[in-house]
Structures are given as C-alpha cells and as structure tokens.
Design a protein around this ligand. Structure first.
Ligand SMILES: O=C([O-])CC(=O)C(=O)O
Ligand SMILES: [Mg+2]
Length: 232
C-alpha cells in the first residue's frame, strides 16, 4: 500500500463528542452494546486525564515516528491522535516535544499502540496519553506510513473522524455516524444509574432493585441455615 495523507474536514458532531466525554468510557461502551473497547493493555501514562474528540489516525512503522510529525499538520483543535502500528512495538515513539507540538494545535490527547516517554513532563503539561508501554527507547524517521486511513489500534477499528473517549478505565471508539445516537443512549444510561446509585446508597439491595431473587431461585440457588448453629 502506498503511503498517503488524506486531508479531512469532516469531524464528529461536536455536542455528541462533548456528551460522550462526560459519560466516560465504561458508560459509552455499555451504551453501545459493549463494543468498541480497545484492549486493556492501553493505559494512561498518568492517572486522572480524560478526553473525547474526533480521531486523526496514523499508521506508523515500528520504531519510526516520522508519520506522527506528518500527522500533526492534519490536526484541528479538539482532535485526538490515534497511532496504530504496522507491526508490534513498544518503542518510545512519543514524548514531550511531540506533545508540545500537538498541544499548540489544540489536540486533546494521544492514543498510541506503542511506547511513550517523558512521562513526568507530559503530566506537568497536562497532556494525556494512553499507550501500550512506557519506554525510553528512541525511534528513527526512515519509512513513511499513512495518515487518516482506517486503522486497527489495540484491537479496535478506528476510522478517521470516529469519536475517541479515553479515561482511567481505558479507551473506547464510537463510529462517527453513530456519535449522536450513542450520546443519547449514554445520557439515558447516566440518568438511570443516578437513580440506582441513590437507592443503593440508601441501603436497598441490588437483589431487590433488579428483581433477581426469582431468577436465582429458578437457577437453583438455595439458602440454608448454618448447620452448626441449628445443631447448637
Ligand atoms: O523526539 C522523539 O523522538 C520522541 C520524544 O521523546 C519527544 O517527542 O519528546
Ligand atoms: Mg523527548
């Protein structure tokens, strides 16, 4: 496949992107029917960061961060850069210099299926990164890849413009055309969880709130008194 950069104007619906970010990864993943989650080996390089934004996708060669430099130019404020690899790598392809460049363009964060370095500075900058590894191993600029093509990142298909939601729980992808519907479903789920949270906090049991007792009995669960106590 010839290396290519697709210039792209289309982005996901801005309000849907915001609402999906508020809902967070676990809620969005559930709302979509438990799909779209990247593999859990992708971890935030510092805790407490959270982003949602339209994906600018990058396909890079292992040990080579040339295409990240190329992709910076294609980013707009609010975008999330997603870097997939043509073959497995944990090399430290990204650090505070590239983060400074992305931040200057208003990019919200980076998802990378490889290594990241300069962690302390990234944390001080408040620039969130989810990576497969933390590694100081340096990389070259030798072989081109592509920008804004569909990629598979940590097991999930990401097309340019798809919504990326990332927080301490992981990273989830929402197809661009599903963004508004997913945001509506996530909002409904949040409202429903709020009422459940209040009832659980008041001491009601999940067993009763969810009407589980009958199903458990049908499934054969029995309750017995402790034989030692009744013998006594
Ligand atoms: O320069 C690199 O190759 C990656 C890096 O450490 C940075 O962006 O600061
Ligand atoms: Mg560096």
């Amino acid at each position: 496949m010839k290396p290519v950069v697709y210039r792209r104007n289309r982005r996901a619906d801005v309000d849907a992107v915001r609402r999906l970010g508020v809902a967070g990864v676990a809620t969005v993943h559930e709302a979509m029917g438990r799909i779209g989650l990247m593999k859990p080996y992708l971890r935030p390089v510092w805790q407490g960061g959270a982003v949602s934004g339209s994906a600018v996708t990058v396909l890079s060669q292992p040990g080579d961060n040339w295409m990240i430099h190329v992709a910076v130019e294609q980013c707009r404020p609010g975008d999330v850069m997603v870097v997939a690899l043509a073959a497995d790598s944990t090399d430290g392809m990204f650090g505070d210099l590239l983060a400074t460049s992305l931040k200057a363009r208003g990019v919200a964060g980076l998802i990378i299926d490889a290594g990241c370095r300069d962690i302390l500075t990234l944390k001080e900058m408040g620039f969130p990164v989810w990576s497969k590894a933390i590694s100081a191993r340096g990389t070259v600029k030798a072989t081109p890849g592509s920008v804004n093509i569909p990629v598979v990142c940590a097991g999930a298909l990401v097309s340019p413009g798809d919504v990326i939601v990332a927080d301490d729980d992981g990273v989830v992808v929402v197809p661009m055309e599903d963004a508004v519907r997913a945001a509506d479903l996530a909002d409904a789920r949040l409202a429903n969880e709020e009422s459940k949270r209040a009832r659980l906090a008041a001491g009601e049991l999940g067993l009763d709130i969810y009407g589980m007792r009958e199903g458990l009995a049908k499934a054969g669960l029995v309750y017995l008194d402790d034989p030692e106590e009744s013998a006594g």
